[in-house]
Design a protein around this ligand. Structure first.
Ligand code: FES
Ligand code: MG
Length: 570
């Protein structure tokens, strides 16, 4: 391997600097020849026991190392901040951009020629990819894989059942003991959520962008073939150094379009929109909200997976995995885009076979003609809002109702279950100040639970609107990501209980039926509810976070700074 390696600016140096760069590494038992021209491959690990979905990543890193050694590379594993969706308050999303900075600076500052990103739980994937894109050295993603399907009293369950169990528990249909028993039944193996939630949508996004080896998205974490994929990815990244195949060569506009088409066909998460926009911002590919609507419009839902359908990620793997889905989407996809293994998208799926047409249907006879994420516009959301029709109630897709407004999450929690709340099943629940700046961090509270008195009547869905997000495992007629958010004083901030809101998904509109004069009057009375953090990262975030329709990245993180570092440390 030649001295053109980036790492040669460290390990290839003579004199004092070279001594410093090598000597301390040798305390790990690394012999001198390792430093002589071998490609140095970083393994960026989000392992953490506080991120249970990624808790098996040290094992996977070992498999990656085997592949790197086999191909003649020099692996070095390093940690970055990990983002666990389930434990982090107020929301892991608050820290996605912070992790992307950690990843970017860790890669650039160190003697790395390429990097393997170990991603799993929701935000770990976009955070690592955003950071790596802003450096742009050869990069491959290895996902941690989904959990095995949960088993509860003879039923298959996954994260989407949590929302059903919660309603059943609150209405008294499911006892507290049963509720606790279900916890262990649902999360019974290593891996991330077993449904097409955000983590699985992110893994499919990566594969459809061409940033992973084919098949990466669906292999269960507990299946030994996950380790084989990790091993093969380690082998492949070494070759990518020779080829200088970098993310910017893979991530062109067509690759992004493939990812949008794929996300529609699999019923992927609404969070996909925000994360893909943020990644596009790092590589400078022009993408806007209308691209999502336009490209998903005639794509049917072909994967029958929860929350839009009935099966689980494990079933998708047995049915042929994402390559079988992509093969079925052949007529829609850009086939010639290059992927990390040096082959085109089409070459990667051409031999795929669908083994179960109940899990992966055909485009001609789809599981559901309705797919994707629709983008709504109107006076309530001039920059857009999103809704996932496949997870909504068809009868509510055109609906007018009286708003029942909650000013913030505390207001919602205090009043949702009180007996004299003026609400019926035709009402529209509105939750404000759960956007990027307002919460801050845009939590997954948009699929707010229904009022207890309506649950008792057997109501299972209502139109709900917020400037927040929803878990990718969630479902319902839920309008999310209203932009601009209430906290910046938009029209959404001015909605009052009793106002009529008209939702028309077919026409892609969301309209507040209040006159402009009245809105003007309300605007004059409006006071910002935002409490700015006194210091630290959260203050930086609140000052710089962009609105949801732009990907909610920090404004100064857009673009790339490359991998060049000209100065030495001593
Ligand atoms: Fe980690 Fe769902 S909680 S993927
Ligand atoms: Mg989540």
């Amino acid at each position: 391997m030649s001295s053109t390696l980036r790492s040669a600016n460290w390990f290839g140096k003579k004199g004092k600097d070279g001594f410093i760069y090598r000597a301390w590494m040798k305390n790990q038992g690394i012999p001198s020849h390792e430093f002589k021209g071998k490609p140095v491959i970083g393994i960026c690990n989000t392992w953490s026991e506080l991120t249970p979905c990624n808790a098996h990543f040290r094992e996977l890193a070992e498999s990656i190392k085997h592949g790197i050694y086999e191909a003649g590379g020099f692996p070095v594993e390093f940690p970055v901040m990990s983002l666990g969706e389930t434990l982090m308050k107020p929301t892991a999303m608050l820290y996605r951009n912070l992790v992307s900075m950690d990843v970017e600076e860790s890669i650039r500052a160190n003697p790395l020629d390429a990097v393997v990103l170990l991603c799993g739980c929701d935000k770990t994937t976009p955070a690592l990819v955003m950071g790596a894109c802003s450096v742009n050295i050869p990069t491959i993603v290895v996902s941690g894989g989904p959990m095995l399907t949960g088993k509860y009293k003879g039923q298959n369950i996954g994260t989407s059942d949590l929302w059903r169990f919660d309603n059943a528990n609150r209405s008294g249909e499911m006892s507290d003991e049963e509720f606790e028993f279900a916890e262990g039944c649902m999360a019974r193996s290593k891996g991330h959520c077993a449904v097409m939630g955000t983590a699985s949508s992110m893994a499919c996004m990566i594969e459809s962008l061409g940033l992973s080896l084919p098949g990466n998205a669906a292999i269960p974490a507990a299946d030994s073939r996950r380790k084989v994929l990790a091993h093969m990815s380690g082998q492949r990244i070494v070759a990518m150094v020779n080829e200088q195949l970098t993310p910017s060569q893979i991530l062109n506009k067509q690759a992004f379009e493939n990812a949008i088409i794929t996300n529609a066909a699999i019923g992927g998460s609404t969070n996909f929109v925000i994360h893909l926009m943020a990644i596009a911002g790092r590589v400078g590919v022009p993408l806007n909200m209308d691209d999502f609507d336009r490209l998903s419009a005639n794509i049917p839902l072909i994967a029958n997976l929860q929350p839009s359908g009935k099966h689980f990620m494990e079933d998708l793997f047995y049915a042929g995995g994402l390559p079988a889905v992509l093969k079925e989407l052949d007529v829609f996809l850009h086939k010639d885009v290059i992927t990390v293994n040096g082959k085109t998208m089409q070459q990667n799926y051409t031999d795929a076979i669908c083994y179960n047409s109940d899990v992966i249907s055909t485009v001609a006879a789809p599981f559901n003609p309705q797919s994707g994420v629709v983008v709504l516009k109107g006076n309530l959301c001039p920059d857009g809002a999103v809704l996932k029709p496949s997870a909504a109630t068809p009868a509510l897709l055109q609906h007018s109702g009286k708003a029942v407004v909650f000013e913030n999450i505390e207001d919602y929690k205090a009043r949702i279950d009180i007996e004299d709340l003026e609400v019926d099943e035709t009402s529209i629940l509105v939750l404000k100040n759960v956007g990027p700046k307002g919460y801050p961090g845009m939590p997954e509270v948009g699929n707010m639970g229904l009022p207890k008195k309506l649950l008792d009547k057997g109501i299972t869905d209502m139109v709900r609107i917020s400037d927040g997000r929803m878990s990718g495992t969630g479902f319902g007629t839920v309008v999310l990501h209203v932009s601009p958010e209430a906290a910046v004083g938009s029209v959404f901030a001015l909605v009052q209980s009793g106002d009529i809101i008209h939702l028309d998904v077919h026409a892609r509109t969301l309209q507040l039926q209040v006159s402009d004069e009245e809105l003007q009057r309300r605007k004059l009375m409006w006071q910002s509810p935002v409490q700015m953090a006194a210091r630290g990262y959260v203050q930086l975030y609140q000052q710089h976070v962009q609105q949801a329709h732009l990907g909610a990245d920090l404004d100064f993180l857009q673009g790339s700074s490359g991998s060049e570092v000209s100065r030495d440390s001593h």
